[in-house]
Design a protein around this ligand. Structure first.
Ligand SMILES: Cc1ncc(C[n+]2csc(CCO)c2C)c(N)n1
Length: 236
């Protein structure tokens, strides 16, 4: 039996990912009672998150050592720009937000920290760092999508059903599997010291995923209180 690196990763990330399903934002989304304003905030932050995320896939293509990997990343880039971000544009339209307004969203603290971390890691190392940075995002959404799709009424919900449908779809499962196959191929033959580094990236990005759900729940932008002459001018 082969020892898959993703099986080893699963031991570390399972408790973190299970906590997403307990988080009020994800629970509310799956059970259908999530406040729309929270979802709107999430979709706007997620859109600018995805713009930065696309750069990661482009970096993956640039760093690829063979055409098969280059093509995989190009496919992931296209899938994100054209399919995943289209979901956001459609939800934005339902909220009366134009494409330009959506694109002009100012990234909040968590969004900035998360995308900056991934882009830094991906630029520092070789192709395996790019794959480790994107893995938790693609795989955890597939995990959440599949789980929520099994909750009664989630997929047919008049508002959140589209979200559940997209992330539980075959196309998304395939994108997540592409990332899992890539990391398994790249882990083969690597020394323990390097595997441990990759594992840390996947654990850190899994923590960031939790923080992203929490940012959405709290509708957080920059949690800074601004004072002028001792008067609070920007309560958070
Ligand atoms: C914070 C955050 N994390 C993960 C995803 C999901 N995601 C990002 S890229 C990708 C693969 C192909 O598009 C998937 C599934 C998201 N939307 N927002």
């Amino acid at each position: 039996m082969t020892n898959l690196f993703t099986d080893r990763l699963w031991n570390r990330i399972e408790p973190i990912w299970k906590s997403y399903l307990e988080h009020p934002f994800v629970k509310g989304l799956g059970e259908g009672w999530l406040e729309k304003d929270k979802f709107k905030h999430y979709m706007k932050q997620d859109y600018v998150y995805l713009i930065e995320y696309c750069r990661l896939f482009a970096l993956g293509s640039a760093k690829a050592q063979d055409l098969k990997t280059m093509t995989k990343f190009a496919k992931l880039l296209h899938g994100t720009l054209d399919m995943e971000m289209e979901l956001h544009r459609q939800y934005a339209a339902r909220f009366g937000i134009s494409h330009d307004e959506l694109e002009a969203t100012e990234a909040g603290a968590t969004t900035t920290a998360y995308t900056s971390y991934m882009l830094n890691i991906a630029q520092l190392g070789g192709i395996e760092n790019v794959v480790a940075s994107v893995l938790a995002c693609a795989w955890s959404y597939s995990f959440i999508g599949k789980e929520l799709a099994s909750w009664p009424g989630a997929i047919d919900h008049e508002f959140y059903g589209e979200w559940v449908k997209m992330y539980s779809s075959d196309e998304f499962t395939e994108l997540a599997e592409d990332c899992m196959n890539l990391i398994n191929e790249m882990a083969e033959g690597k020394p323990e010291r390097e595997l441990a580094k990759l594992e840390e990236i996947v654990v850190k990005t899994s923590y960031f995923e939790y923080m992203f759900w929490d940012m959405a729940e709290k509708q957080e932008e920059w949690p800074v209180k601004l004072y002028t002459q001792s008067r609070l001018i920007k309560p958070m």
